[in-house]
Ligand binder design. Sequence first.
Ligand SMILES: Cc1cc2nc3c(=O)[nH]c(=O)nc-3n(C[C@H](O)[C@H](O)[C@H](O)COP(=O)(O)OP(=O)(O)OC[C@H]3O[C@@H](n4cnc5c(N)ncnc54)[C@H](O)[C@@H]3O)c2cc1C
Length: 502
Amino acid sequence: MENYENGLPARWDIETDVVVVGFGFAGGVSAVAAADDGAEVTIVEKMPNPGGISILAGGGIATAMDENKAFEYLQHTNAGRTPDDVLRALAKGMTEMKDFVKDLVKETPFELEEQRNGGTYPFPGGEGLDGFKIAPMEGYEGFGWAKGLRGGARLFKVLLDNVEARPNISVRQATPAKRLVRHPDYGIVGLVAEHDGEEIAIKARKGVILACGGFENNDEMKRNYFEAMPVYTLFTGNTGDGITMAQEVGASMWHMWHFHGSYGFKYPEFPLAFRHCFRGPRKDDWVMPWIAVDKYGRRFMNEYPPAVQDTGHRALEFYDADKQEFPRIPAYLVFDEKGRKLGPVGQPTVHDENVSYDWSEDNLAEVERGWIRKADDLDTIAKMIPATDPATLKATVEEWNQVCAGGGTDRYHRLPGTRLSIDTPPFYLMEVWPIVSNTQGGPVHDAEQHVMDVRNEPIRRLFSAGECGSSFGHLYLEAGNITECFVTGRIAGRNAAGLDSW
Ligand SMILES: Cc1cc2nc3c(=O)[nH]c(=O)nc-3n(C[C@H](O)[C@H](O)[C@H](O)COP(=O)(O)OP(=O)(O)OC[C@H]3O[C@@H](n4cnc5c(N)ncnc54)[C@H](O)[C@@H]3O)c2cc1C
């Protein structure tokens, strides 16, 4: 691109009303909302196929029966880190969510399935929360480029069908946005993207919506913003591009430290990390076969906290300044033969047409690969963990077995129904690392999804949606990221479409 005048490219290759960057849930919903309000919309998506991390999700959508109660609950889960008016908009949107998705489902053969949610944490207002997902459908095989899928893929199919049904939305895959174009008088008037090695300038007569997710696959940002090192990812597409583009035009950032994650597995021969299996939000009758120990063979956490796929990594982040080390990165899972037989320990979810992995039902293929190490006695297991002497590991396991036998209080508060003793040889050991499902940090937005600058003024004609600057700044609301994509996508899409052309 050459010959900029007043910040404008000499020529626009494409002209549209609203440009949406990214085609996950947030981008798809933004596009549908803007299109339904009469705008012509162009989505630019970096990857060869749509779906982002959205397509990998469990697919639960948190909704609210009562706006005030949902607001109260969100206030507690955000602990003062997000302004009330932003949380109020989310709470209100949650009350409208089921009707909105019901309308989308009309375009498809799918149906909704109720999921009674309540709050994950015992905060006031939790009783006003509810939830649903898209029910499984016989014969539906999902997407060729995404594997290990659950409800998120069905929900994404609903959205994709709706995008494709709207003639005023066009989608450009393999077209990463590179930078925003700002006019000194009008604000953000378009962007420069790349396709097949060529730059293309796309004019947005009304506005641009950044819905391009977080920075799960940007090592430099993760080193800067997270305490834990390393933190492995499940999806390669999100490299914080929305953050960089927004920073270039003066946006302020929030919640950069916060990520939705857990502990999980990473092996050199596989490019992506795996989540560990779990049977949904914690219940007292879902057995988790393992305990986790640090490099010294000591337990240090509740392995099944209330939202294990949200805060499961947090205990691993501890840095011991006395010893100048992360003693829990990696940490180690220990379990026994009856635990091995409970089902697959790993849960691969992959958005990459060139990669797939099916974890074996009995975990024996992974033992064979060396991903799960096996020994006849705990002394030998202890020798596989650096800095662990056999007596310490034995004491850790004995204490755990007493907790399991007694049914009393565990010092880390693990619920009785989730416990399983470790006493039946052979024994097994797995390395685990902090895993990010999605980052929450990004550009600050107001209740209308305007991206805010460092003086807390809206940047004209620039909006965000979804995890490119999530409202969740402290504790995640389970099934809340998808909800947020839908609520904020609707707000951003409508507001962008409602602007006069510049
Ligand atoms: C395994 C897993 C399970 C989960 N389960 C749940 C759940 O059950 N409930 C829940 O609420 N949340 C869940 N989450 C989180 C939730 O899926 C995400 O937070 C949400 O889907 C993010 O949506 P998004 O649209 O903001 O980002 P994404 O879906 O990641 O979409 C962003 C898109 O932007 C594209 N992009 C990036 N950079 C550019 C660029 N420069 N130009 C153009 N495009 C770009 C990306 O390729 C991507 O397609 C889960 C996450 C994972 C990984």
